[in-house]
Ligand binder design. Structure first.
Ligand SMILES: [Zn+2]
Length: 59
């Protein structure tokens, strides 16, 4: 299962790969990951939080 996180403003791919929880552990959340970007899209500077990004799961 793969997970993709896109910025809704510019569609920049913030994350693509194995499901974050499988890869980083159950305590690691999308929010923890987005904190690495200081909750800002590196492409457009838009706000990236769990509620504002587009998260897609694929088999
Ligand atoms: Zn963006």
């Amino acid at each position: 299962m793969t997970e993709r996180i896109n910025c809704v403003e510019c569609n920049f791919v913030l994350y693509w790969g194995e499901t974050i929880k499988d890869r980083m552990g159950i305590r690691y959340s999308e929010d923890t990951f987005l904190a690495r970007y200081e909750h800002k899209c590196p492409n457009c500077g838009g706000k990236v939080t769990t509620d504002s990004v587009k998260i897609t799961f694929e088999d």
